[in-house]
Design a protein around this ligand. Structure first.
Ligand code: ADP
Length: 497
């Protein structure tokens, strides 16, 4: 129901605007009740006027009925007093009075049309039985009142007690008065009231439209200010954080926008820093090569040994350049979304063993022990290539930043939700203040040492991205001079966002 309503509302072009919605809501809230009120008041007025008229007529004609008895009008219609009273009442109520005797014969008609005729209708019969009642004919605009003409004495002292079970006397009344009263003046009053109400309503509507429009504009203004402020920021006129604090809602939008802006600035700064770092890192080997080549060119009769020595250096620099480019490409690949993940259910024990097998020869060169400890067999939904890349980097670092005869210990465990891999070494460790930075791109604790051992500063950044793509987490615990422990936790079931 709600969905359907919002679908319909959204289809009407104007109603998609908050301004128009506020306008129409205020208008509806103002107008609909006044319309109901107007209808109710007029209806009530008409009903009340009719019922007052009916009781008025009934009271007047009750008195007349008494006079009819007093003057014995039913037997003799010549009484001037009664006739004058009749004429006056007929005139007063703009109506017609018909007096019917006990035999249902019309003895008097103020219109003088039906005198002498006999009238038998349901109303007359009921009237004869002493009932008073009234009908309102709204279409023809008149009230019909039936008033019985009852002799008070006759009704007070019945001639004989009706016997048990016997029906009461048929006719209580001596006769019946049929009165038709025009309600034209009530209708006229209603018409006048109606036209006044219409005028008032039109006036109220005009005022309401003006107020609703003004209010809608004022209420929507802060949102327009938000749009302007955001647009100015987008177009570069404004570089500061913006502020439109009129409503809690606009404040929320602005806060969210400023946060986004801040994030974008940080991203932009880090991008710039990255680009400058990349160019610097790529330039270093090239500069070295240029220096080596230049010195060879500058010398005459260079001995072959020197040529060879310099060429070996140049080849090293080329290899380094190649490594940086490869790492950069790996990093760029890992910046993509999880849609690029090639997820398979992999035995992590086998995966780790393979990594260690590949890296053991390097460790052996420096007599570093590589140990592996697995608590259980662990299967996890992972991207084999990416996870291998990450774990290789951790183990490689543990070997690279280790002392001769040191050790590297890798352990694997899992609970029902996560696999936990710990890479531990007793190497040189990382000073505490540096620990939070080591995952940044190109960050190296000891630049020259890292360079010496062939580091690019990208290894941990790559590893971190790869773990985050698995919705995993990394923890680093390290003590300078004592060793480092990297704990990786990844979910056993891969959840793509
Ligand atoms: P690099 O290519 O220089 O190894 P990484 O991103 O892999 O770059 O690591 C960043 C820096 O963190 C390294 O230069 C090193 O100083 C430090 N580091 C990483 N792992 C270890 C470790 N196991 N022990 C000591 N220092 C480490």
């Amino acid at each position: 129901m709600k969905v359907m309503l919002s679908k319909i509302v959204n289809k009407i072009p104007g109603l998609r605007s908050l301004k128009y919605r506020i306008f129409f809501i205020i208008l509806a809230v103002g107008i609909v009740p006044t319309m109901f009120l107007r209808y109710a008041i007029l209806q009530n007025y008409e009903q009340r006027a009719i019922s007052v008229r009916i009781s008025d007529v009934q009271a007047q004609f009750k008195i007349l009925a008494d006079h009819l008895i007093t003057y014995n009008y039913l037997s003799d219609t010549s009484s001037e007093v009664v006739n004058a009273e009749l004429a006056m009442l007929a005139e007063l109520y703009d109506g017609r009075v018909i007096i019917i005797d006990r035999n249902c014969k019309i003895i008097k008609d103020t219109y003088a049309i039906s005198e002498g005729k006999t009238i038998i209708s349901e109303e007359v019969i009921l009237g004869m039985r002493g009932q008073t009642f009234a009908n309102y004919d709204a279409d023809n605009r008149y009230i019909e009142v039936i008033t019985p003409i009852v002799d008070p004495k006759a009704s007070e002292e019945p001639e004989e007690e009706p016997e048990e079970g016997e029906r009461p006397p048929e006719n209580l009344a001596q006769g019946v008065m049929l009165i038709s009263v025009s309600t034209d003046n009530i209708a006229t009053n209603v018409d006048i009231l109606q036209s006044q109400a219409t005028t008032l309503q039109v006036l109220a509507m005009v005022i309401l439209i003006v107020i609703a429009w003004a209010l809608a504009r004022v209420l929507v203004k802060p949102f327009e200010r938000v749009t302007t402020a955001i647009r100015e920021t987008k177009e570069g006129y404004n570089t500061e954080a913006i502020s439109v604090m009129d409503y809690v809602e606009t404040e929320h939008i602005i806060t969210a926008f400023n946060e986004l802006l801040g994030r974008m600035r940080v991203l932009d700064e880090s991008r710039q820093e990255f680009v400058s770092n990349v160019s610097h890192e790529l330039k270093t080997p090239i500069t070295s090569m240029k220096v080596l080549a230049d010195s060879l060119i500058a010398q005459e009769d260079v001995p072959v040994e020197l040529y060879q020595e310099f060429m070996v250096d140049i080849a090293d620099e080329i290899e380094r350049e190649n490594k940086i480019i490869n790492d950069l490409l790996a990093l760029v690949k890992l910046d993509k979304t999880s849609a690029d993940m090639n997820i398979e259910n992999i035995n992590l024990n086998e995966l780790i063993e393979l990594i260690l097998k590949r890296l053991r020869p390097i460790a052996k060169q420096r007599s570093i022990d590589v140990l592996y400890e697995s608590a259980r067999e662990v299967y996890a939904e992972v991207d084999e290539v990416k996870l291998t890349l990450a774990l290789s980097n951790f183990v490689e670092n543990a070997i690279k930043y280790n002392n001769e005869y040191g050790y590297v210990k890798v352990s694997l465990d899992a609970d029902h939700q996560y696999a936990t891999i710990v890479v531990e070494d007793n190497g040189i460790g990382i000073p505490e203040e540096e620990q939070e930075h080591v995952f940044e791109r190109f960050y190296r604790v000891d630049k020259s040492h890292s360079r010496e051992i062939g580091g690019t500063g990208l290894g941990l950044a790559i590893a971190r991205n790869a773990i985050l793509m698995h919705r995993g987490a990394i923890r680093i615990d390290s003590e300078e001079g004592a060793g480092t422990q990297i704990t990786v936790r990844i979910p056993l079931i891969f959840v793509s966002k």
